[in-house]
Design a protein. Structure first.
Length: 269
């Protein structure tokens, strides 16, 4: 199936890329901006402050030997240092909570925005890929017109599916991944079978019977392309070019596994 998808992508590279890029480019840019601003707004970095506070307590202990103090002064000093140590630990614990919140936010935003972009690109590629596979002439304008005609149903299916996958990814990554794979055919089902929302998600799950391995392979390819995009971007100088490079790699590579998923759908029926 991947070979068929690759051959189709090679023959109609321009049409497939342009169709997917309409959704993938804004999604990638929004994802990068939201994660950057959101994590910065949470104020991660307080761990340095908590560590410096602890270091200050230790320095005070070293600077003022307790043996040189009178018994009353020594007891008061010990209590003071104890309070400062507790305050430092509380600051460190609060920073760990902020870090966890930042990571959870980043995961939710990445999954939600990127999946929304993938869902839209997937939807537009469904009529395009199936028509090109049958030998018909098709283009991005017709593909997006089909999406527009079913947009409300697609939006409801996509919002419900993305929310469930993002929620599963935040609390534990594995349930989110399983749900994402299980909902792989929800977009074609919504476009071609006239159902949406929960019914489309349940129908997709039913169609996955016997298809988990090839569908998981397509998602593994998506993950590989995502890691490749990040690796190529990290090789570039620090700055906005990293976002541009990683987005470009994803936009060019993602349509291939999406086309593979679409070609698998007729066989499930």
């Amino acid at each position: 199936m991947l070979g068929r998808a690759l051959a189709l992508y090679n023959r109609h590279f321009g049409a497939i890329l342009l169709t997917a890029a309409v959704a993938l480019v804004p999604a990638n840019l929004l994802m990068a901006g939201a994660v950057t601003l959101g994590v910065a707004g949470i104020g991660v970095g307080g761990a340095d402050g908590a560590r410096s506070h602890t270091q200050q307590v230790q320095e005070k202990q070293q600077d003022l030997p307790l043996k040189s103090l009178a018994p009353d002064e020594r007891d008061a000093r010990v209590r003071q240092l104890g309070r400062e140590a507790v305050e430092g630990k509380a600051a460190f614990d609060a920073d760990k909570l902020r870090l966890i919140a930042a990571l959870a936010y980043a995961v939710f935003v990445i999954v939600a925005i990127l999946l929304a972009g993938l869902a839209l690109a997937h939807a537009a590629l469904v009529p395009l890929v199936l028509e090109l596979e049958s030998g018909a002439r098709a283009g991005p304008a017709h593909a997006w017109a089909v999406v527009a005609s079913r947009f409300r149903s697609l939006a409801w299916t996509g919002i419900l599916g993305v929310f469930l996958v993002a929620l599963g990814s935040v609390f534990c990554l594995i349930p989110g991944v399983v749900l994402m794979i299980g909902f792989s055919f929800a977009i074609p089902v919504t476009l071609l079978e006239g159902i949406s929302g929960r019914a489309a998600l349940e129908r997709s799950w039913a169609l996955m019977k016997g298809r988990w391995l090839p569908v998981t392979g397509m998602f593994a390819l998506l993950v590989t392309f995502t890691a490749l995009a990040s690796g190529v971007a990290m090789a570039a100088p620090v700055g906005p070019w990293r976002i541009v490079i990683s987005s470009a790699v994803r936009v060019v590579s993602y349509p291939l596994p999406l086309a593979g998923l679409i070609l698998l759908y007729p066989r499930t029926r």
